[in-house]
Design a protein around this ligand. Structure first.
Ligand SMILES: [Zn+2]
Length: 232
């Protein structure tokens, strides 16, 4: 995307074409009346009918937007390379076991690899591993069936809750999602674990900031995650 000023896009998205957006880390879309003051970080401005504009903004400048024939979208965007979606009804514990069984890497790294499983961001991965009571540094191949079942349930719960809270970014109309306020470990370094009050640890795992509770998520594995214990 061009830097140094927003890119205005004319023309039309024709029938049979799809507009695709990748937010990368910090991108967001805003819908505003024509003439509204644009933020400095606007990357693309699409003029819509009904005197409205759609802005793609990203403080880091990594977000991407593309128009492609709908029939070619999967190939153009390499969607076939993505792993199964965590929230797909067809995504079972067996599928998760199969995806992790060939990965001799830390759990955290594997969960963020969209070619293995699609849909988890950094926050989602940390929160899921806390709920499941799993150390993010453990090898993905080391999980027992019971641990896989806990992880499968935890990932779905975290993503469903994120959707119900409208995510962590602002929506089209500028309303801030509330998911960033619902976190047990993510970016809570040194704060007490909600389950056992142990200070939350922070390290980089596979190059990504990672947060966990050393007591609820022991290296050696644990018979149940913090969420389960809270319910006892
Ligand atoms: Zn804890």
């Amino acid at each position: 995307m061009a830097r140094g000023g927003p890119l205005d896009v004319g023309g039309h998205v024709e029938d049979g074409q799809t507009l695709a957006v990748h937010f990368m880390l910090w991108g967001s879309l805003s819908l505003r009346p024509v003439g509204s003051e644009r933020p400095a970080e606007s990357l693309v401005v699409l003029k819509l009918d009904a005197d409205e504009e759609l802005w793609l903004t990203d403080t880091l400048g990594y977000a991407r937007m593309a128009v492609a024939r709908t029939t070619e979208l999967s190939t153009r965007l390499k969607l076939e390379e993505l792993g199964p979606e965590v929230l797909d009804a067809d995504f079972t514990v067996d599928h998760l076991a199969g995806r992790l069984s060939r990965r001799r890497s830390p759990l955290k790294t594997v969960l963020l690899n969209q070619r293995v499983i699609a849909g988890l961001g950094n926050r989602d991965a940390d929160e899921s591993l806390w709920k499941a009571g799993l150390d993010p540094r453990r090898l993905a191949t080391s999980l027992t069936r019971e641990e896989l079942t806990r992880l499968h349930r935890a990932m779905r719960e975290v993503l469903e809750e994120g959707l119900s809270l409208r995510g962590t970014q602002r929506d089209l109309f500028g309303v801030k999602g509330q998911a960033r306020h619902r976190r047990n470990v993510f970016e809570r370094t040194g704060a007490p674990c909600p389950s056992c009050a142990t200070p939350i640890r922070h390290e980089r795992v596979g190059g990504r900031n990672t947060h966990w509770c050393a007591r609820c998520q022991p290296e050696s594995g644990t018979p149940s995650g913090p969420t389960q214990r809270l319910l006892l």
